[in-house]
Design a protein around this ligand. Structure first.
Ligand SMILES: [Cu+2]
Length: 236
């Protein structure tokens, strides 16, 4: 009896050998990635599901905020799952070519993803961590994922990869799409409130009348005008 208990403890210890995914930080705020479904089925006669996943860094660069929007979810075949996959969809839309799930810490699927302990899940198992698609029609969900990354050098980066939407029962791939970068936050590495200027206070006093009317006075605190650069050009 004692031997059996020890054996059970040993095998339990062996089961937790997979590395937990670390939370990601310092993801570039303002970089937006989006994957838009083609609106066709990957296999003949399949459901034509439309929609997209939009993703960007969470608050203060912590993790990633996902906005998931699907339309045309069928009434049968659920609950549907979707994941970040390792490879992009090639020209022609072959969802099989996207390989397996994004799983840089080798969580695998032997131990089921547990939404209450998402660090043990595959990074790419978004449905496992944040919910499968349970009902027909339109699906809308926004959530924070602490383990995915929009930092190119991070192992959990998915911005050059894809996602795949599957049937629930047999895991068949229904449709897939590539993430593309939609906008850049720029080099916004400056922190607010850092010391301004090194030289003499050249900012005119408030009594000086402005001669240009195009830009409103936004700088009553006396910051050098060049501090404001970078806010104007946001389209890329
Ligand atoms: Cu998948």
């Amino acid at each position: 009896m004692h031997g059996k208990t020890a054996l059970m403890m040993l095998s339990a210890a062996a089961m937790v050998s997979a590395r937990e995914a670390p939370a990601t930080n310092n993801n570039p705020v303002g970089d937006v990635y989006q994957a838009v479904l083609p609106g066709t089925s990957f296999f003949p006669g399949g459901p034509k599901i439309q929609g997209s996943i939009t993703a960007q860094a969470g608050d203060n660069g912590r993790g990633v905020k996902f906005n998931v929007h699907f339309e045309g979810i069928p009434a049968a075949g659920g609950p549907f799952t979707y994941h970040l996959h390792l490879k992009p969809v090639p020209e022609g839309g072959n969802c099989t070519a996207t390989s397996s799930h994004l799983d840089p810490y080798e969580a695998g699927v032997a131990v089921a993803c547990d939404a209450s302990n998402p660090a043990i899940c595959e990074v790419g198992d978004l449905a496992g961590k944040h919910g499968k698609i349970e009902s027909a029609g339109t699906y809308d969900k926004t959530y924070q994922d602490d383990y995915a990354s929009t930092t190119k050098s991070d192992a959990a980066f998915f911005g050059d990869k894809s996602f795949v939407l599957h049937y629930g029962g047999n895991n068949t791939r229904i449709t897939c799409a590539n993430f593309v970068k939609k906008s850049s936050g720029g080099n916004s590495t400056t922190t607010p409130g850092q010391p301004t200027g090194t030289g003499s206070p050249v900012v005119p006093s408030t009594s000086a009348p402005a001669t240009t009317t195009s830009s409103p006075p936004i700088n009553a605190a006396g910051q050098p005008p060049y501090e404001g650069l970078g806010e104007g050009e946001q389209k890329e």
